[in-house]
Design a binder for this molecule. Structure first.
Ligand code: SF4
Length: 219
């Protein structure tokens, strides 16, 4: 079976929007400021956007606060063609731990992550429906470490349930990931070295430790 090209699907949708001369309202789940930078630069040309920062997965609270402050600063400082608003969801890490129960040791990129995408995207879909938005989506697909097929699959399932169209995405395409790094430098954004949850933090620390050990033994 041919793999779907989500960027091409988005290109097509944007072409139609341009032809119709509309500026649809988009509810955009955001995982962090660096990932949002390119997505906002790109999509704000065509949509009026509400950035929704909902990430109960983030550990510790201090880290969470840092990431919220950065996305707020980015939205305030970046120039946009159409208005961009920001909304913060509830920060209740317990919701994440309940969801992750039994999957604490699953490596990053596995089942726990798929449930984590869903947890955050479902809240976005719900609020998009309540707010009468034209579309919802998430910034998550910009990361080369995230599963784009899963993200879009979940988005389409939620679109059925909440009756709000999901905007297809593969934001790393068109040099999106590269551009997000350039913009992060330009706006001097804080770039975390782990995905977000305590399990990914431990995994990252373990990798660093192993690297130091192997570098040490190579001397
Ligand atoms: S590694 Fe990232 S996507 Fe996976 S569960 Fe942790 S925070 Fe969520």
């Amino acid at each position: 079976m041919n793999k779907r090209n989500y960027q091409k699907e988005l290109d097509k949708l944007i072409d139609n929007i341009k032809k119709e001369g509309r500026v649809p309202r988009l509810f955009l789940h955001s995982c962090c400021a660096p990932c949002s930078s390119y997505v906002l630069e790109y999509l704000s040309q065509y949509f009026e956007i509400t950035v929704f920062f909902y990430n109960p997965n983030i550990s510790l609270e201090e880290e969470y606060r840092k990431r919220v402050a950065e996305i707020r600063r980015l939205v305030a400082e970046m120039p946009f063609t159409h208005p961009v608003h920001i909304e913060e969801g509830a920060y209740d890490p317990q919701v994440f731990y309940e969801m992750a129960k039994g999957m604490e040791k699953v490596p990053e990129g596995g089942e726990r992550c798929f449930k984590c995408y869903r947890l955050r995207m479902e809240e976005a879909a719900k609020l998009a429906e309540e707010g009468g938005y034209d579309y919802f989506t998430t910034t998550l697909s910009i990361s080369p470490l995230k599963n784009t097929e899963k993200i879009n699959e979940i988005g389409e399932e939620l679109a059925e349930i909440y009756k709000v169209p999901h905007l297809p995405s593969d934001f790393k395409k068109k040099n999106g990931y590269k551009r997000s790094i350039e913009l992060s430098h330009e706006y001097d954004l804080y770039r975390q070295n782990y995905c977000g949850c305590v399990f990914s933090k431990r995994e990252q620390e373990e990798k660093l430790k192993q690297k130091q050990i192997s570098e040490g033994s190579a001397l």
